[in-house]
Every structure is written in C-alpha cells, then in structure tokens.
Design a protein around this ligand. Structure first.
Ligand SMILES: NC(=O)C1=CN([C@@H]2O[C@H](COP(=O)(O)OP(=O)(O)OC[C@H]3O[C@@H](n4cnc5c(N)ncnc54)[C@H](O)[C@@H]3O)[C@@H](O)[C@H]2O)C=CC1
Ligand SMILES: O=C(O)C(=O)COP(=O)(O)O
Length: 528
C-alpha cells in the first residue's frame, strides 16, 4: 500500500506533484493545520505530515498519530514541532535548512531599508494626498554598523549583502568560528560590544532558552540611541513590551518585525508604535523560496517513506539513498544483536559497546548503533525504533560506546555488541553473508554460525555426550519441530552453547523438561 501524506499548511503545489510522481498518496488540506480538532481526528490515517509554521505539532497531536513516521517542515524553524515527543514516538522530524534562506535574508534587508527610510508611513501619507517631504528624513546605510545576533545561514547571507551596501558588519554568535568570521568579512564580537556599536541590529538565531527575550529592557538600554532593530527570525527573541517602550521613548529609532510572540498577530503591543514596521511572517514568502522548500520537503519525505533514506533530519543521522540499501542488512543484524542481548540480560544495563570491524566500519555506524539500541530496548519498552532508541537509552542512563576497526579474524566484516551490567559483561557478534542474511557468529566468546528465526531456544550446557539426543527426544515427544540446530563450545568438554530454531512457541511444561535435561545449565526462549 502506498504511504499516505497529509499536507496541512499552504505548501506550493510543487509538493503535491512530487508526491504524485513518486507514488505517495498526498492529501492537500492547506487550512487543516489551523483546525486543531479536525487535524487531531484525521492524523491517525497518515504516514507523513508536511507543514509550514501554521500547524502546531503538539504532544497531543503526536499521541493521536499512530501511523506517523515523518514530519517534514517546508522551511527552517521547527519550534512549532514538539521534537522530543516526536522522537520518543520514533517519528523523524526533517526540515529544509537552505531553501528559503536567501529570500529571508532579502526580507530582513527590505525591512531594514523600509524602517530606516520610513517607507510604509511615507507611502500611506503620500497616497493620502499629503506631500510630507520634510517629515520623512531618513538615515544613510553606507558606513553604518550592522550588528547580527546569530550568523548562521541567513545571518551570513545578510552579512554578504550588507557588505555590498558598504556597511560594516559585526556579529555575536558563540558558534561562529574566527575563520568563518574572517571568510565572511564580519567582525566577531561579544553581545555587549555589538549592542554598544551597532546602528542597526538584526536577529537571526533560532528561539531557544538562551535566546528567548535576548532583546529586553537591559539590552535595549545598552544600545546606541536611535538604533534600529530588525526581527525576521522568531517572535519571542524580543520582549515586545520592552521594544514598545523603547520606540515610544525614542531610544530605538525604528523597528521592523516579521515575527511575533503570538501568531497570527491580530493585536500586538507593538502595533501603532512610532516608526514600527510590520509584516505577517513573510520572510520565506517568495515564489522561488516556496517552490524550493516544497520540492525539497516532498523529495525528502518520499525518500524516507519509500527507501528509508534520511536527509536533514533533526533527530536522526542522515542516510543517503545510496547508503540505505547497503545499510539495510546491517541494520537488521544490529537490531538482532540488540534483541539477542536484550532478551538475555536480566539486570540493569550500564554500558553498551558496539564494535564495527571491516567494511561495516565504513558505513553510517550511528544508524547501526541506533538499530542495536532499538533491539536492546524492545524487550523493555512497548514502542521503540531507530529514531527514539538513542534518546530512550540516554534517558535510562545507558552509556553507549562505539569502536571502529579494520578487518580482523576470519570474517570480512562483523559487528560485536557487548552489554555491561553490574554483574557481568556479555557479548554477541554477527555478520552479513553474501546472501544479505545476518548470521550470529559468536556468543560470549564461543564461535558458532547461526541464522536467527522467529522462535529460538538459547541453551547453555556442558559439552558432554548424550545431551543432543536427549534434547531432541524431549522436543520431538512434545511435537516441537526443530528447524535449525547450531552448536558451539569453548573447548572439548567445556562450556557449550546451542541455538535451536523451532517452528513455534515452546510450551512452559516443555521448557521445564528441557531445563531438566542432563548437562543443561540454562534454557531460554528468544523471539526475533
Ligand atoms: N521570517 C521567516 O519567515 C523565517 C525565519 N527563519 C528563522 O530565522 C532564524 C535563523 O535561521 P538560519 O539562519 O537558517 O539558522 P542557522 O541555524 O543557520 O543559524 C542560526 C545561528 O544562530 C546562532 N545562535 C544560536 N544560539 C545563539 C545565541 N544564544 N546567541 C547568538 N547566536 C546564537 C547559531 O550558532 C547559528 O549560527 C531561525 O529562527 C529561523 O526559524 C527562517 C526562515 C524564514
Ligand atoms: O522557515 C521558517 O523558519 C519560517 O519561519 C518560514 O515560515 P513559513 O513557512 O512561511 O510559515
């Protein structure tokens, strides 16, 4: 059955076309994002949700989205998505980090010019028949200092264009490297310096706990008198009441905002303030940007839903369409190793160590570790997948170690998973043969070669004559058919392990009889 996607915001029709071309059923309901109740009712029927900023993907909505595998944001900001809730339900959240960056940078520059030359007010006055030439005296940008708070994708495009306008550009961004600052032609400064020196300040950070209200009474007081403030990033970066007061007092010469704490902003403390310019979250709204982000998000969502390829996800490492098929058998192996160890481990796991040897070490091992953790946590948790497993493991205080090494021993490539608990260390290793099927090649240091079926018996025993016959008789007389039988031992007469695939569940009374077979130490039924 084709995957189903809901487009719940106003995406360009280009997205609908991509979904259709690639064989994904897409329902284009661009107003439903704003109808929370209706969205909640229907979301359960979809594998993918494509959004812009109007749809709020809350924990409650995610709770009703039983089938959802991917949320695609046609744009940059994902503050309207509860990523933590999505992650713990195993849903990938992806965005399109570059498609609308130029357009948004251009909007920030338009807002800067509009504010500094009072274009909206001059326009209204002129069209009202007044000719107030002396009322609208502006300021020149050449030679002025632009202070960027946040110099990532959009901030650096703004910097490039502002340098073309002969402005001096300074930037406060803790993650901007000195080398990058030099190559952009901007001076990296601390926030206090930026506030003290900038004639125009433009915000280009995401909204986080650190950036919320970064523009407040205190930072406004530290600005130059008559400074101009631009916000085309996120409402909430500036305290709107404080900005209003600064405009009223003349401390701020002008401000131009595209984004507001509450959106849609039908009323706002800033509306009507002197020299204030507003647009309704238009930063990304050009034909070019909307086509870019719609095409990109639709392609990314199709790649994931149809082939398991992951691009621009915020809660999962990227896996290209080329890598996905190479990775798939190792994902299965890693998950089986995790399931194996998870079912055998009774006490609390402290550390999980994954060793990747040979060719597999060249693949996206982060994804394989996520698959191993999925298997490991499956016996403990109801729903877990590669997206949620790393976060769930971290929540449980599990320390995860990854080692990568060249080919070693008889196998071209293998994965070994070691689980360390308070009491013991237990390892299980496996490989993928040319047929693409995973095999277990070592359990607790004992070599063997076993394919894992749906129902397995894991038996530890002493390597003594008579054991196999006795075991076979018990299973046969209980009507349990043996599909495969694999043995390994540390040395003749020493510890041995037996992995038996059986054609169905083994009843508890038969398990008890197997446990009583001579030389058996432990019998455990495992499910894969
Ligand atoms: N108005 C609109 O329609 C649009 C708004 N946006 C918004 O623009 C903002 C920037 O987007 P991008 O440049 O693509 O993001 P980005 O992630 O490329 O850049 C953000 C920069 O902010 C910096 N940063 C993070 N925390 C900081 C802090 N505490 N202080 C100073 N800098 C900090 C980061 O180091 C990074 O360099 C986002 O909030 C995004 O949602 C994006 C597109 C359209
Ligand atoms: O991409 C972003 O972060 C934006 O803010 C654009 O929002 P929009 O898609 O126009 O609702």
């Amino acid at each position: 059955m084709a995957p189903r996607v809901l487009i719940s915001d106003k995406l360009s029709a280009a997205a609908v076309q991509i979904f259709a071309d690639r064989g994904v059923d897409a329902d284009f309901l661009p107003d439903i994002g704003k109808d929370k109740a209706r969205l909640q009712e229907i979301i359960g029927g979809y594998d993918g949700l494509a959004i812009r900023s109007a749809t709020k993907v809350t924990e409650k909505l995610i709770g009703a989205a039983g089938r959802l595998k991917v949320i695609g944001r046609a744009g940059i900001g994902v503050d309207n998505v509860d990523i933590k809730a999505a992650t713990s339900r195993g849903i990938i959240v992806m965005n399109t980090p570059f498609g609308n960056a130029i357009t948004t940078a251009e909007h920030a520059l338009s807002m800067m010019m509009a504010a500094i030359r009072q274009i909206p007010a001059a326009d209204a006055s002129t069209q009202a028949g007044k000719w107030e030439k002396s009322k609208f005296i502006g300021r020149e940008l050449t030679g002025k200092t632009l202070g960027l708070i946040g110099c990532g994708n959009i901030g650096s495009i703004v910097a490039d264009r502002a340098l073309g306008l002969k402005m001096k550009v300074i930037a406060y961004d803790p993650f901007l490297t000195p080398e990058r600052a030099i190559s952009l032609g901007v001076e990296k400064v601390e926030l206090e310096t930026l506030l003290a020196r900038a004639d125009v300040i433009s915000l280009h950070t995401p909204l986080t706990d650190k950036t919320r209200n970064i523009i407040n009474d205190e930072t406004l007081a530290a600005m130059k008198p008559g400074a101009v403030l631009i916000n085309c990033a996120r409402g909430g970066l500036a305290d709107e009441m404080a900005v209003r007061a600064a405009l009223d007092s003349g401390k701020l010469g002008a401000a131009a905002f595209d984004v507001f704490v509450e959106e849609p902003a039908e009323t706002n403390p800033l509306f009507g303030a002197p020299n204030f310019v507003a647009t309704p979250h238009l930063g990304a709204s050009t034909l070019e940007a909307q086509e870019n982000v719609a095409l990109q998000v639709a392609e990314q969502m199709c790649d994931y839903l149809l082939h398991g390829a992951v691009t621009n996800a915020l809660n999962m490492p990227s896996i290209s369409a080329e890598e996905a098929p190479k990775l798939a058998p190792f994902v299965r192996l890693a998950e089986q190793l995790g399931l194996f160890a998870g079912q055998l481990t009774e006490s609390g796991i402290e550390t999980v160590r994954l060793e990747y040897a040979g060719a597999v070490a060249e693949l996206k091992t982060e994804a394989l570790t996520a698959a191993a953790l999925t298997g490991l946590l499956t016996p403990l948790l109801q729903t877990v997948n590669m997206v949620s497993a790393p976060a769930l493991a971290a929540e449980r205080g599990l320390s995860v170690e990854e080692l990568r090494r060249g080919k070693r021993g008889a196998y071209e490539t293998y994965i070994r998973l070691t689980v360390v608990t308070e009491r013991q260390e237990r390892s299980v290793a496996g490989t993928v043969f040319a047929d693409g099927k995973p095999r277990i090649i070592q359990v607790k240091g004992i070599n063997m070669e076993a394919e894992l079926g749906a129902h397995m018996l894991y038996i530890t025993n002493e390597d003594k004559p008579g054991f196999i016959g006795h075991l076979g008789t018990e299973l046969g007389s209980a009507g349990v058919n043996i599909a495969t039988f694999n043995l390994g031992r540390s040395a003749p007469g020493q510890d041995a392990i037996c992995l038996v695939e059986v054609d169905g569940e083994v009843p508890p009374d038969v398990m008890a009889r197997l446990q009583a077979v001579s030389h058996v130490k432990q019998v455990k039924a495992l499910r894969f």
